[in-house]
Design a protein around this ligand. Structure first.
Ligand SMILES: Cc1cc2nc3c(=O)[nH]c(=O)nc-3n(C[C@H](O)[C@H](O)[C@H](O)COP(=O)(O)OP(=O)(O)OC[C@H]3O[C@@H](n4cnc5c(N)ncnc54)[C@H](O)[C@@H]3O)c2cc1C
Length: 375
């Protein structure tokens, strides 16, 4: 008999959530992480992540998001931590932009409560903004932000409470399907598990080469500023926002942790040759893009730069996720790092990945995330 029912490889957002859901279903589980837990080399660090319901990317994400919200609230109850703060989310741009049109379509299709605001209304309601007259905004009152490091730590702590074993600074070198179990090969040890969840983030192509041709890694830079008009950027005054500007989509958060006002570009990043090529090496040139955006649309935010961090997006060609059983071996579950918009789903993905590992399928509609769509 294999030593573990399920092994989870990679303990970032998705793996930590999967470990929790598997362990609370009574499975003998082990989680393996190559770096220290909560490290800043992957895709799940940087203080905050946007969560929103009216999903401009595609309306079919909305039912999944409803469940994700429920699961985040459950995680808060179980852990006693505040992980999700509702500030409202403002999405603004030209009326025909992907952001505004997509968010409106999702709102209307799913009957989500929202308001459409003119640029003048936005600029008056939220003094941080100076949007051009031809912009329009969609206000979703139930959007807000998550605390990613704390949320993943909460999933791991609860998993431990349910008996999960966790090993950090343990790199998995290979996953080898055997006749009776799957072998997890590390530098000086091999363990056997009945099933494996591969949630290795930007490194997933190393362990599941079948994914490699479909993934593009980009180096994203997060910036924290000391606003020139701090009151307009405080929690309560500034909502979480996404703006589809003339040459970039930029998103940001109110200064809820007194670390500064955080914002970042969603597009136009440098392509990385591998996940290991990423480093915390942001320099002045990296800030030019967001500063240009701020000067144009949020001039009170373009104050002194306080900090920068780099983080990896792992993009599929259609920017949808890959969550599927490995071709040829249903004991191996593949969970892609979700194209720069996956964190908000981690609370749901834990449940989905546990379903896939234990049942080979899930009642949640993840047909959009099948690997087979790439042919
Ligand atoms: C700058 C930035 C901003 C973002 N903003 C948002 C947002 O606002 N809202 C949102 O919903 N999403 C957002 N995302 C996307 C979201 O954060 C990611 O989709 C999500 O965090 C990915 O989680 P993951 O578990 O797949 O990857 P990770 O959290 O990176 O975890 C993968 C883990 O696997 C480990 N690992 C890899 N290989 C091995 C191995 N061989 N052996 C052992 N361990 C291994 C890694 O060390 C890592 O810890 C953002 C992403 C970035 C980078």
């Amino acid at each position: 008999m294999a030593a573990y029912d399920v092994a989870v490889v990679g303990l970032g957002a998705m793996g930590s959530a999967a470990l929790f859901h598997l362990s609370r279903r009574g499975q003998r589980v082990i989680g393996l992480e190559q770096f220290a837990l909560g490290h800043d080399k992957g895709s799940s660090h940087g203080e905050s992540r946007v969560i929103r319901l009216a999903y401009f990317e595609h309306p079919s994400y909305v039912p999944l998001l409803r469940r994700a919200y429920e699961n985040w609230r459950e995680l808060e109850r179980l852990s006693g931590e505040t992980l999700l703060t509702v500030t409202g989310v403002l999405e603004a741009g030209r009326p025909d932009s992907e952001l505004v049109a997509g968010s409106l379509e999702a709102s209307r299709l799913h009957g989500l409560s929202h308001e459409v605001l003119s640029a003048a209304e936005i600029n008056a309601r939220f003094p941080a903004f100076d949007l051009p007259a031809d912009y329009t905004g969609v206000w979703q009152g139930d959007g807000g932000y998550l605390k990613p490091e704390r949320a993943s730590a909460a999933h791991r702590a609860l998993a431990r409470r349910h008996g999960a074993e966790i090993r950090s600074e343990t790199k998995v070198r290979a996953i080898e399907p055997g006749a009776r179990s799957v072998r997890i090969v590390m530098d000086d040890e091999v363990i056997e598990a009945g099933r494996v969840v591969v949630s290795a983030g930007a490194w997933i192509g190393e362990l599941a080469p079948v994914l490699k041709p479909h993934l593009r890694l980009t180096r994203q830079v997060l910036c924290w500023y000391r606003p020139k008009t701090p009151a307009a950027f405080a929690l309560g005054a500034l909502p979480v926002f996404l703006i589809d500007g003339a040459d970039d989509m930029v998103y940001g958060f109110p200064d809820f942790a007194e670390t500064g006002f955080k914002c970042a570009s969603h597009r136009g990043a440098e392509i990385l040759a591998s996940a290991d090529a990423a480093a915390q090496d942001a320099g002045p040139a990296d800030e030019a893009r967001t500063r240009r955006f701020l000067e144009r649309y949020m001039p009170g935010g373009a104050g002194e730069l306080r900090a920068m961090k780099t983080c990896i997006y792992t993009m599929t060609p259609d920017e949808d996720f890959i969550v599927d059983l490995a071709p040829g071996d249903p004991r191996i579950v593949l969970a892609s790092p979700c194209s720069g918009h996956g964190f908000k789903f981690a609370s749901l993905m834990g449940e989905v990945l546990a379903d896939l590992a234990l049942e080979g399928g899930t009642d949640w509609d993840i047909s959009r995330f099948r690997l087979g769509r790439f042919g």
